[in-house]
Design a protein around this ligand. Structure first.
Ligand SMILES: O=C(O)CCC(=O)C(=O)O
Length: 234
């Protein structure tokens, strides 16, 4: 166990994940994460505190060492176009804190999933976080319009907002109808269902907007088409 501070500055003791993520113990334990994974059967998204603000600040500082590129402003096919207004990187050196965070979060999610009976995530899909992306939205950015994550992403989709302001919404459809803001302050672990999550509800439409101050968000997914497991190299 290690000590950490929650959003209110209270000291809490939580699992620190693996040994390479010692300075930033998670603010929520595996049983709490299991509970939000379980809730995804009836809710499109669920979130809980994961990282302290100090840890998020350190991660944003570390992002200064990474090389970003502009995201394509429009992706998708006619009728399913998505506008996106951010820079991104998927290049994380082996000793990057982002990789250590991913390894530790992978372990936390595995522990949480293992405690659920019946399993929420189909154990045969081999869920693990092998697809990492850091997104940087400039102040005033349009964010990303309503979309669903690709079907190749299986099990669970995780997003951790690290800085700035912005609103994360769940929507009923691609037009953004029924938009509902999900409280997800900096340091949250935001989870969504992906194929392989055992329920018959569809992948949720979601979007991000109202970027008032530069926002970083770290996305962690399991891309089933990847032949090599990036995590194995960590
Ligand atoms: O930046 C975020 O908080 C989430 C972005 C997102 O929805 C996506 O990249 O699919």
């Amino acid at each position: 166990m290690a000590a950490a501070c929650d959003w209110a500055g209270n000291t809490v003791a939580r699992s620190a994940g693996d040994g390479k993520w010692p300075a930033a113990a998670f603010l929520s334990a595996a049983d709490e994460v299991a509970e939000i994974i379980r809730r995804l059967a009836v809710e499109d998204v669920a979130a809980l505190p994961l990282l302290s603000r100090a840890t998020c600040r350190d991660l944003v500082l570390a992002a200064g060492q990474l090389t970003f590129r502009r995201a394509s402003p429009i992706v998708g096919s006619p009728g399913r176009l998505v506008r996106q207004d951010f820079d991104l990187t998927v290049d994380f050196p082996p000793e990057s804190p982002y990789r250590h965070l991913a390894t530790a979060l992978d372990a936390l999610l595995a522990e949480a999933c293992a405690s659920l009976d019946p399993p929420a995530v189909d154990p045969t899909i081999g869920f693990h976080l092998n697809d990492l992306i850091l997104q940087r939205y400039p102040a005033g950015s349009e964010g990303i319009t309503p979309h669903r994550d690709h079907v190749n992403y299986k099990g669970l989709v995780a997003v951790v907002p690290l800085s700035g302001s912005g609103a994360f919404y769940i929507c009923a459809d691609r037009a953004g109808n029924g938009r509902r803001e999900v409280p997800a302050p900096v340091g949250s672990l935001v989870l969504m269902r992906a194929p392989g999550y055992r329920c018959d509800r569809p992948r949720p439409f979601h979007c991000v907007s109202n970027i008032g101050a530069e926002r970083y968000s770290f996305g962690l997914r399991y891309d089933v088409t990847r032949e090599t497991c990036e995590m194995a190299a960590v």
